[in-house]
Design a protein around this ligand. Sequence first.
Ligand code: AMP
Length: 506
Amino acid sequence: MTDLTSDLIPEPLPMAFAQLQLAAPLARAIAEMGYESMTPIQAQAIPVVLQGRDVMGAAQTGTGKTAAFSLPLLQRMLQHESSSTSPARHPVRALVLLPTRELADQVAQAIKDYAKYTLLRSAVVFGGIDMKPQTIELKKGVEILVATPGRLLDHIEAKNAVLNQVEYVVLDEADRMLDIGFLPDLQRILSYLPKQRTTLLFSATFSPEIKRLASSYLQSPVTIEVGGSNGTASTVEQHFYSVGDDDKRHALHQILKARGLKQAFVFVNSKLGCARLARSLEREGLNTTALHGDKSQDERLKALEAFKSGEVDLLVCTDVAARGLDIKDVPAVFNFDIPFNAEDYVHRIGRTGRAGALGLALSFVSKSDARLVADIEKLLKTKFELEAVEFDEDVPDIRRQGRINDGRRMYAQPVQDDDPHGGHRHGALRDVAREGQFARPERPLRRDYSRPAQAPRDPFFDKPYEASTAAEKAPAWEATVARHGARSISANIKPKRRVAALFKSE
Ligand code: AMP
């Protein structure tokens, strides 16, 4: 156990990559990717890692931290480049650990891109897919291994991965790894590594648990904080709207339209709420998919890919499912529910305003959320003003609408049918004979909150939400949409396989 004696270094202005004098193969790769100047975390971390110092970095995803640790590691490992086909000449020298398969795959892709003009080999291993192809790749020898902890332990036990020559370890999204319960796995993995090594720990926040982890495994680390350990990207505009639970979907439609948003993440607090909200929004004509921990890996990857390719406009998701995903140009993040944990707010809004792009974080605050908002204000040391949503006449009042199974739109008893929070209330839909159109009723509907005598079991509870496979179309709230560049999922993930969900709990 070492003392956590760290120097806090000031945040310098971003520098040009050219000033770093990276080796030609790396400089060429990043130039091809269009990187010119370093992001603040890169400007701070790269020189320190190049010196071989340990780093404790507070940076959320979207700040460019993958390059911040990968580029200096690759630069230092170039001395080991070998064209030999012998596996012995390609021992694992750098290990990057991440909490989720999606993140591991994303980081592994970035490293492959940065290293593409070098002879250094990299591979990624994560659970839920066949170990065999991973084993074959590991046996051939790789210098950089990106992994999730559980599957790495499987490979260690099977003697496919030998870690006694590791020189660099990166614990990325360390706070999330601890949240998920990976601490025992991490401790075991770290026990296999040589004591003499460089260790880099990145976390969105520096909780007491993270500090304990760092004090156990890092040697005199340099602490690097970008915008404060719990800071949010300064390029994210934040709004808090006072919205009753029953008005949230209506408010979502209104804001999407009023702000001309093309795509957005919509965060909810529970898996069931996530699936129900996605289903409701889809029925209300919004092109929506859901991402939550109860979905199979295959379904989650498909949902993600559909969003990335612009096939869907809204990705309704829970915190666990969406942590750390690098999807560029998400114009807005909605907090349909205020997160229970203030730090999750920071993670959520980190999906927008990434790498210098402007972003928008829109949070719906109902009466019972006052304490949660106060927690966020305390964490961010900011006071937020509650705003009211101004509803346009032409934005349909969702509370009064529904669609019966044959596709006819109809007025519903207020809200109960689609309560996104999983209430098991079943308000019977009342056909007012207005097929295929949204319009306000001439007379207010008489509210009847009594339960039907025998509420039919909603088949929704028996099957997972499935997004429609609708062909590319403009978002419902806008006539035309400029589509975002698609980024395909790597060949490492085989969407054909159905696998168990990664997360133990949500
Ligand atoms: P990360 O935080 O590592 O997930 O990176 C977020 C996104 O920013 C990724 O799509 C990177 O390709 C991109 N990025 C990282 N560094 C830079 C840079 N210096 N200039 C432009 N884009 C960058």
